[in-house]
Write a protein that binds this ligand. Structure first.
Ligand code: XCC
Ligand code: SF4
Length: 633
């Protein structure tokens, strides 16, 4: 049920209980949040911007294009289709660039670990060897650190590669998919190169044909999914351990009254891991005690939260839309941020309290924030410096409010390896039991619910969609802030099996698994590509991802990264359903994205705005794939 918050007439559409509770307290009365700004805007968004037909790619414009009206072409003659396609392609490039820069940092951290420098080690040697094999690295009779170093260097070279050979990890795709990418000329070559070429081709006066633009958009997105993101996930697992199922808690109630609360917000797990290690250091704990605190409580926000939740069971305080609310509790000594999805407003919210916003990455500073550069080669020192600063704030904490009842148990850590052993048993690890359950109809199909949350739609949107899918016996995989919101809704624990249709419930109860499997952060969507490919490999469900009764959605997408993810899913053969893509002002391009791509890559985008409509499309598409496979009896 939605409430109005004190002093905020407009805020009627907050359904999240913990958010409601915090915002209705006195401590939060001066806090302005995005909910307030959405209401205060008072005007609807620009039509040209929302429909994708505003171009500012050169200084003859900006040009606002109306499809089909001759006098409303761009000054250069660009049509609505060209402009919308260029804008869409640039969104994909920006999203891919974000994952790419994140991945590069992980590779550099990995190389330090391989050299035995810095804080981290090689934890998962099996996985190291598997990945090394994909890079053609000899692993027999070699020291782990030598393999790791060679792998790290070869991985780093994938970013700047200039020859036309495909990226190493594309080999992981099905043979059919690899052949299709070759045929279409969209197998990515160098990770950075694809983003650069995309930016070039969308510059004024270069590529003015939307099919051709979309080929490069696919190649760019694939360089993210099967390149940057996959590298990041794999190397992070090798360094910090491949996630296994573990219990944890999520929501604002994870903050603690008697401890120093430090929230870690952003994306790159190198910083978060270092903070986790430093927070156990006796020197830090002693300092906390001296300040009168019983301990140091780290809690995650956004995808950094998902990374440490998956691997360490560190609680998550909130997803994207709760970043301001976490601070509005008045109970946070510092919010430590790195890159991506950090709203500038957090510094303003923090001004109401003793809280510091500590920026740690030279790429991302903020007025009102304190900058302490995180140096990977002296990670522990950097982390201690950051913690020291936060701990010293504890004494300054004033009135605060932590909504105690709002914390939810979750079971997380479903890497694709875990799913393998969970279903097949440790000695017969395989996706075959999953396939069998899909073939016999107990599980109708698999849905991935990924991406952000967003102030545009109700914050229980993910929950509404997922409940509908579960009722229809569809197994759900979740990542990113979508996973956090499903955790808060109580859907990430085995007890949630009761919300499923009979047959899915039976499977979940037999295995003891939740019906929604938390697979990690947004870069971890690459795990879904691997899991889907593994399902194909196990047989019985066709010979490519495009044959699987599987579909993805990012219903509350906000970040450009989500569009890059959507495009790499589509270019890998998986359908996606998104809410309001900015393409409606360009008729042909719109039709191409939402229908035409099917003929080329075996999947297309779907657009719907209402949660139940999104669920309905997903169910229909899954059933249609079952029909095509001949497994619907
Ligand atoms: Fe950002 Fe990754 Fe979106 Fe959440 S889901 S709002 S991208 S933190 Ni990744
Ligand atoms: Fe206008 Fe063409 Fe310049 Fe875009 S590139 S701003 S459509 S003149």
């Amino acid at each position: 049920m939605a409430i109005k918050r004190n002093g905020c007439e407009g805020c009627t559409d907050i359904t999240c209980v913990s958010t409601q509770q915090v915002l209705s307290q006195d401590v939060a009365k001066n806090v302005k949040t995005a909910y307030d700004r959405v209401k205060a805007r008072g005007m609807s968004a620009c039509l040209f911007g929302s429909s994708g037909t505003c171009c500012r790619n050169c200084n003859m414009g900006p040009c606002q294009i109306i499809d089909g009206v001759d006098d409303m072409l761009g000054i250069c003659g660009a049509t609505a289709d060209t402009v919308a396609a260029r804008n869409f392609a640039r969104t994909v490039a920006a999203g891919s660039a974000a994952h790419t820069d994140h991945a590069r940092e992980m590779v550099k951290g990995f190389i330090e670990a391989a050299k035995g420098e810095g804080l981290h080690q090689i934890k998962d040697v099996d996985k190291l060897k598997k990945l090394a094999a994909d890079f053609g690295i000899v692993t027999e009779e070699r020291e782990v650190k030598d393999i790791a170093l060679e792998l790290g260097e070869k991985a780093l070279a994938e970013f700047g590669k200039q020859d036309d050979a495909p990226l190493s990890m594309l080999k992981r795709a099905t043979p059919k998919r690899q052949a299709l990418w070759q045929k279409l000329g969209i197998a990515p070559r160098g990770i950075d190169r694809e983003v650069v070429e995309m930016m070039h081709r969308t510059h004024m006066g270069v590529d003015q044909e939307y099919h051709n633009l979309m080929l490069q958009a696919s190649r760019t997105a694939l360089s993210d999914g099967w390149g940057a993101s996959m590298l990041s996930t794999e190397l992070t697992d090798i360094m910090f351990g491949t996630p296994v199922p573990r219990r944890a808690i999520v929501d604002l109630g994870v903050l603690k009254l008697d401890q120093v609360n430090i929230t870690v917000h952003g994306h790159e797990p190198l910083l978060a891991e270092a903070l986790c290690i430093a927070a156990q250091d006796p020197e830090m704990l002693e300092l906390a005690k001296k300040q009168g605190a019983k301990g140091i409580n780290l809690a995650g926000v956004c995808c950094t939260g998902n990374e440490i939740l998956m691997r360490r069971g560190i609680p998550v305080a909130g997803g994207f839309v709760q970043q301001e609310i976490v601070l509005a509790t008045g109970a946070v000594e510092a919010m430590v941020v790195d890159v991506q999805c950090v709203m500038q407003s957090v510094a303003e919210v923090a001004k109401n309290f003793h809280t510091d916003i500590i920026t740690t990455n030279y790429r991302a500073k903020m007025p009102g924030g304190i900058h302490i550069q995180f140096e990977e080669h002296e990670a522990l020192n950097s982390a201690k410096q950051i913690l020291t600063h936060a701990i010293k704030n504890f004494k300054k904490r004033g009135k605060c409010f932590i909504p105690k009842e709002t914390k939810m148990d979750v079971v997380v850590g479903f890497s694709h390896e875990t799913i393998n052993t969970m279903l097949g048993g440790r000695f017969r690890a395989s996706y075959r039991p999953l396939n069998d359950n899909i073939i016999n109809g107990r599980i109708r199909g698999v849905a991935a619910i990924v991406g952000c949350d967003n102030f545009k739609l109700a914050d229980d949107t993910h929950e509404t969609i997922v409940r509908e899918l579960l009722k229809n016996n569809i197994l759900v995989l979740a990542t990113g802030c979508a996973a956090t919101s499903l955790g808060k809704a109580g859907l990430l624990n085995p007890e949630a099996a009761r919300f499923c249709g009979d047959s899915l419930r039976e499977v979940c109860e037999t295995v003891g698994m939740p019906p929604v499997l938390h697979m990690g952060s947004c870069v971890d969507n690459s795990r879904i590509l691997i899991a889907a490919t593994e399902m194909v490999r196990q047989g019985g469900l066709g010979d490519d991802i495009s044959d699987l009764p599987a579909i993805g959605t990012a219903p509350l997408w906000m970040s450009e990264k989500a569009v890059a993810i959507g495009q790499y899913f589509v270019a890998s053969g998986a359908q996606v359903v998104f809410q309001n893509l900015p393409i409606s002002g360009a008729k042909n391009f719109n039709k191409y994205l939402t229908e035409g791509l099917m003929g080329e890559v075996g999947a297309h985008w779907n657009i719907a705005s209402e949660p139940l409509e999104i669920a309905r499309i997903m169910i229909e598409k899954i059933e249609a794939k079952r029909d095509a496979l001949g497994i619907n009896k």
